[in-house]
Design a protein around this ligand. Structure first.
Ligand SMILES: C[S@@+](CC[C@H](N)C(=O)[O-])C[C@H]1O[C@@H](n2cnc3c(N)ncnc32)[C@H](O)[C@@H]1O
Length: 226
């Protein structure tokens, strides 16, 4: 289980400015992101997608920018273990064919299926991707997203991560208060491997007190070799 001890800032993550609230964190990414479409990986009941599409609709020049929503809607592809919360079995979040309302929004384009199958067919508009939100929990999904999207990333592409790390002492989970170590999620491990493998330059724009963070891409990312 990936952990980092006290005193380790985890590549600067813990030094990133703290923003409270998911909406507020999303807004920081929206304000800082470069041009290009937006994409979310892990939609489920559409709560985070609804925040994103509302922000997109508020932008001065929204007509051409799209929000691409990727999900199998069949739930997690594998078991997901998170020590301070309950483990989640494969199939958790299966909507059994009932897609959320946000999927019908005119600014949304749907990509229903497993990331590994939908990403090879995906092509955003020519400016690429300005903002990516990843909330798919399992590490392999993150890896699919990084390699599948990297050719569309450029300077100021924002990657917002959910369930990325847990910090001891942060409510509401009382078990965290008794632990010393920060817990790093599978997605964090996948991110580390990808940035090292592809020499990706990035910085942390901001983070929630726990769980969520925004990475800002600092340079063009080369296309992954198949
Ligand atoms: C935690 S839920 C997303 C929650 C949502 N962002 C929200 O705020 O309500 C995770 C979603 O990721 C999807 N998912 C996970 N791994 C996937 C993969 N490899 N391909 C497609 N969908 C995946 C699941 O079907 C599930 O709907």
């Amino acid at each position: 289980m990936p952990r980092v001890g006290e005193g380790d800032d985890f590549r600067g993550l813990l030094d990133a400015p703290i923003i409270c609230g998911r909406k507020q964190l999303f807004r920081a990414a929206v304000q800082a992101c470069g041009s290009g479409d937006w994409a979310e990986f892990g939609v489920y009941n559409g709560k985070s997608a609804a925040i994103l599409v509302t922000e997109l609709a508020k932008k001065e020049d929204p007509p051409s920018t799209k929000l691409h929503l990727f999900d199998s809607f069949e739930g997690l592809p594998g078991h997901w273990s998170r020590p301070y919360w309950h483990d989640m079995k494969a199939g958790t979040f299966n909507l059994k064919g009932r897609l959320p309302q946000v999927c019908k929004h005119p600014l949304v384009k749907m990509h229903v299926g497993w990331f590994k199958d939908t990403l090879p067919l995906f092509q955003p508009q020519p400016m690429g991707l300005g903002l990516i939100h990843i909330d798919c929990d399992v590490g392999s999904g993150h890896t699919d997203v990084f390699y599948g999207c990297q050719k569309y990333m450029s300077r100021d592409t924002m990657i917002i991560f959910d369930d990325f790390y847990d910090v001891p002492g942060i409510p509401p989970n009382p078990r965290l208060a008794r632990e010393k170590d920060i817990w790093l999620a599978e997605g964090f491990e996948a991110f580390e491997q990808w940035v090292d493998d592809q020499n990706v330059e990035y910085e942390w724009l901001a983070r929630n007190p726990t769980q969520r963070a925004i990475a800002r891409i600092l340079s063009p990312v080369p296309a992954a070799v198949a």
